[in-house]
Design a binder for this molecule. Sequence first.
Ligand code: ADP
Length: 467
Amino acid sequence: MIKKIFKALLNLILFPFRFILKFMISLLKRLKFSIAFKISASYFLIYIVIIMIVAVTTSVGYLVYEFEKFETETISKDVDEIIQEFPNFNYIGRSVKSVEIYDSNLDPVYPSNNQERYSDNIIVIIEELIYNKEYIYSTSFYKDNSEYYLNVTYNAESIIRDAARISLLVMVSGAFGLLIFIPIVSRTGYRMIGPIKNMTEITKTITVNNINTRLDIKGTQDELKELSQTFNEMMDRIEEGYKTQQQFVSDASHELRTPIAVIKGYVNMLDRWGKNDRAVLEESITAIKNETENMQDLIEKLLFIARSDKSSLIYTKEDFKISAILNEIEKETKMIDSKHKLYFQFYDDANIYADKNRVKQAIRILIDNAIKFTPFDGYIMVSGFIQDDFYVIKVEDTGIGIEKKDLEKIFDRLYRAEQSRSKEIGGHGLGLSIAKIIVLGHKGKIKVKSTVGKGSEFSIMLPYINT
Ligand code: ADP
């Protein structure tokens, strides 16, 4: 019960303090101090501290110097006289306030009614100096084979007053210096922070419509310039990515426009004549079927790429022997292509950890291309072997080949080399982009070598676990 009352009372007493503390903290949080202000404030504080230190050290230095001088010039003489005349002495120096002599037991000898105690402790001496403006000198001496202790107290008012004056002088000059210091520091602070404000303003205005806006990186080399440079480089990458995306959307729309236009044409034809004309009906249905299949294929490929961009592409990886899919591919290819001379040669086998269907899809893309771009009776050779840390699947053909200028672009989305853009060959220029996405998704590599008119050689390299 008492505990509870005590707690309640304590809470009641502490309430105003807590309230003020909370209020101060929330106020400080709400106040928005600019960095320039914070820099100026810290410099201001450092300046004040330095001035204080200078004031204190100069006055302390003055005190030490004056007391040393006083000791050699006055005190030593006074003390000599006192010791000589002891025990019956009349000598009292000019600024001496009092003389106290104690015996070896520290009992007062002179004056006999002395109430004071012998002091030789530096803290007591400083205390006396500060509070009573008195300087106590302490020493011991021998007289008639007995040891005595002596305290001579001096009036130190004038020395302390002078020291205080010196302190004041330093502080006043410091205050004058502040009048020059504040504007310089605040101007420097604002000049240093100015570029940040500028950067904030420019950054606020950047949208997709002016994505080519960049920060001004003129001026001296410093962290802010580095920041602006880094920001500009980041914007370059974003702009490039944005442009590629835009190009991709526009190319994809273009690709979709053709089949839609074809379908529309056939639907119109059907509408006009096809209802009663069986030949027109059949031709239209076949064409529409082909075009919708074509469109479906394109949309599926686009969706695959979009999923990969969003990083929502999921690979269901498992541990399996690569020969399993290579044999399947061999069988399927021989079934669908009888126009080329096909060779399959798998030298090694290995266990790989991968998405079976996706890896098969990637290899199929290379083989489909070899079939597409190799004239009838040409050779297509698919081989599999281990090379260093990779299992290599190589697809070689004796087809039309790829020009040097196209070689680096064929993995780009919707890119098709000039000579392969015929309607008969078909394709949307997405196959190799998809194969590349799959291979990179398995930490593998995809490579190409080609000579126009002679043929091409594509290799997929996948890391393997064991043989
Ligand atoms: P596509 O659907 O057009 O085949 P790809 O991305 O698979 O798209 O291929 C891109 C381009 O690369 C093709 O249009 C073609 O110009 C070229 N290419 C790919 N494979 C071969 C090959 N084996 N021989 C010649 N050119 C090829």
